[in-house]
Design a protein around this ligand. Structure first.
Ligand code: BGC
Length: 414
């Protein structure tokens, strides 16, 4: 027997002895590159390494993940998909339909995901009865963040209606303060827009307009009122807003350069990473109105060759849903655990508010998927809406023209 044959025989018998001997490997594509995000993803890297995994990082900067999704498509087209990809909402099922996702049902069954995940979230992780993604967290999108010192100095309380928001913004503007920190990128415009749809129209209107894509809702006077409010808010951003990254907008609130930001609670991850304390340095409140817009980050595994890669995928899936990861990751990320059996004692008041509101809105039927963060619609429809929102925000388009354009864009995207 040559050395090569001996090695081949022993490798074969190792394999037969089980995948436990494989060395877990994963190339992980994600867009967690800001300060808070990087701290959070490091938790997964550390857990993976402590279980013998070797992690190849593929970060693609760009909030909201648009650039990451472009990079993903290029890799898959080149026949070289990453092992694990930050992917969420209907995009998971879209990729599944292309036949490129791995089945992680064995891990899901072993860990009893069906019992530990809320049904609404489990649904996003399944593809025709198999488990095709592992959920990381629940981010809430409909938040207002504020610089506490600025509000105190001007005798302003956190707004509970859009009128109060506008009144506060005007008072601040008159005092020379930028009311709203915003980054003019399409996904950030969409983020603000969907909170206004929820607040101005209410949860049922949000459902008709942005989930069911009901033409009457899209062209309604309520939708005109939404665009009116967007136009008003365009007046509250500073002159340099175009193209600004979301975390730089968060930094403006942190540093006292602006009073408010409307952004999901990954913004809280930035405040925390900078050592800021909720209730002391910054304030959080849900945007005016009822309801809760959820955004669940998850990882899908792509169908790749090799025992080490499969072992890496299974290990990642197992760690992601594990209790310790769910706690430590989410403490850093600003989100809350996806499992309800993770204690929240170490979480801050914003996280506790999020968890309580999530439970209450789930009961009330107003727990809704975020359209702006890819939870509600397929890519083509979401993209069509966002194009109109951005075109309106960056021009002097009237609200009448915006609703007409919105209805057309949605109809053409179907
Ligand atoms: C993701 C978050 C991320 C944020 C900013 C959202 O779509 O769900 O995890 O922090 O985009 O990049």
């Amino acid at each position: 027997m040559t050395m090569k044959m001996i090695l081949a025989t022993s490798v074969a018998s190792f394999c037969m002895a089980g995948a436990a001997l494989a060395e877990p490997q994963a190339e992980v594509l994600h867009w967690w590159t800001s300060g808070g995000e990087a701290r959070a993803v490091a938790v997964l890297q550390e857990e993976f390494a402590s279980r013998g995994g070797s992690w190849t990082d593929m970060p693609v900067a760009g909030g909201g993940g648009d650039a990451a999704m472009t990079a993903l498509r290029a890799r898959v087209l080149a026949g070289n998909a990453p092992t694990a990809v930050q992917l969420k909402g209907p995009a998971i099922q879209e990729w599944y339909e292309e036949g490129v996702l791995a089945d992680i049902s064995a891990v899901a069954q072993e860990q009893g995901w069906a019992d530990i995940l809320p049904a609404s979230i489990a649904g996003h992780m399944q593809c025709e009865g198999t488990w095709c993604a592992a959920p990381v967290n629940v981010h809430r999108v409909d938040w207002v963040w504020a610089n506490k010192a600025i509000l105190d100095e001007h005798g302003i309380a956190m707004p509970t209606t859009w009128d109060e928001f506008n009144a506060a913004a005007e008072k601040l503007q008159a005092a020379g303060i930028t009311p709203l920190a915003h980054g003019g990128q399409a996904w950030q415009d969409a983020t603000v827009f969907e909170t206004v749809v929820l607040g101005v129209g209410g949860p049922e209107f949000f459902r008709s307009a942005l989930i069911d894509l009901d033409m009457d809702a899209l062209q309604s006077d309520t939708m005109k009122a939404v665009f009116d409010q967007m136009r008003t808010m365009r007046g509250y951003v500073d002159a340099n807003f175009s193209g600004r990254d979301w975390n730089l907008a968060t930094a403006m609130v942190m540093n006292g350069e602006a009073a408010f930001q409307i952004m999901g609670d990954w913004a809280k991850g930035e405040f925390l990473a900078a050592g800021k304390v909720p209730g002391e340095d910054f304030l959080c409140a849900s945007t005016p109105g009822d309801g809760y817009l959820y955004n669940v980050d998850s990882f899908a595994m792509f169908d790749v060759e090799g025992e080490d890669a499969v072992a890496g995928q299974n290990l990642l899936a197992e760690l992601i849903v594990g209790q310790n990861f769910q706690k430590v990751f989410n403490l850093n990320k600003g989100s809350i655990p996806v499992r309800s059996d993770v204690a929240l004692d170490e979480f801050d008041s914003c996280a506790v508010l999020s968890a309580n509101d999530m439970a209450a809105t789930s009961e009330a039927g107003s727990l809704l998927p975020s359209y702006a963060h890819g939870m509600a619609l397929r890519g083509a429809q979401a993209g069509a809406i966002t194009d109109v929102v951005t075109a309106h925000f960056n021009s002097d388009m009237s609200s009448e023209d915006a609703v007409a354009m919105l209805a057309d864009a949605v109809a053409n995207s179907m």
